[in-house]
Design a protein around this ligand. Sequence first.
Ligand code: GCO
Length: 444
Amino acid sequence: MSLDFSKDFLFGCATASYQVEGASFEDGRKPCIWDTFAAIPGKVFCGDDGKVSVDQYHRYKEDIELMDSLGIQAYRFSIAWPRIIPNGRGEVNPKGIEYYRNLCKELHKHGMKAYATIYHWDLPQSLQDEGGWTNRQIAYDYLEYAKVLFDNLSDVVDSWITINEPFCITWLSYLYGAHAPGYQDMNLATKAVHHVNLAHGLAMKYYREKGYKAPIGITVNPQTPRPATRKQCDIDAAKLSRALETEAFLGPYTGKGYPEILTKTYGITFPIQDGDMELISTKVDFFGVNYYNEYPVSASKSKPLGFEQQPFWERRTDIGWPCDCEGLLRQLKWLDKYTNHTPLYITENGSAEDDKLTLDNRVHDKERINYIYNHLKACSQAIKEGVDLRGYFVWSFIDNYEWTEGYSKRFGIVYADYKTLKRYPKDSAYFYRDVIAGYGEVDM
Ligand code: GCO
């Protein structure tokens, strides 16, 4: 039954500021792009927004105590840019710094590590009004914001993640139009890709120059889709999709540059200026990997990008995604090779299930337990096959605001009653506790 992880493998849980904090307009925070997007009718399920969410801003002590009771060793949270520099650029808000300092200290009090993500999508609206990630200036604004965090919180943060899922910030938000700000424009998206990459590079360079010690990396949600058939055209389609959705980021970070196939296929050119690629390839200490699923793809002449997803056979989670733990193993092995054996962390993995609170306040989320167990097995197998995987953060600690799905999809190992804001550990929380404890395999 043991999942066979070494004692120093790190088990954590993850959330993100806009998804859990609430207190949207307290203590000087100003609007972010998700406040704006959520207010546009039809963009988010039921028009849900992050104004209250699970109110972690006021309840972080209770949440950390609960994490501690489950034996969780690290908490990955994100810092809200609009709390730290409410106008995006300029004046720093001391209350913002104070909040995250207190959060980290509380984690340490409980013997847990603080993993801070600098940007998890809550861009100050004022910067979006100037073009958001399509405007090169934003990379320098991001640098100033990151500097404030490094210079004020480095004594309490144990590990930094510069950016969460560049794919979602760029292609998903500026090309597919699914996330805020919701554009569908290849040219804008191409600019956004380069500027997100540049922002990461600028922050990395500053961090290295200042000699900060805590490990720093970036979290990607790689796509290494499997070709639906063995036909060469489908293999090429899978490669194209991987180049667009994954290598457009990991290529520059690992010094390989942008995949040429993107220019050849789509005629796009990234707005590179002198010195950019060198900055962007500043070596990270690790890559964070967010993995939920993987799809079969095939070539398609009618689809604008030249590839399309095919039906799959695996069970769907409540959000409609296939449960594919084999995909995780494939991705980890591919990443290990592509990044030249850089240390990896699973910074998110989990499933949305249709959870029901029983009369005795329990949630019997067997499907989530299966999901996590099978994905942990894939992690353990990857380590056996030589991947330098150092930790796993379950998504999520608690049910929260699932972006365009609002509060309709529950990813937590802790159930949130959105009316009373009470927290109830689900069976998966106790399962996770036992995994971390090693099922009693401890020296007694
Ligand atoms: C992402 C984000 C999380 C999501 C989670 C489930 O991967 O989209 O990092 O904020 O909530 O992935 O969709």
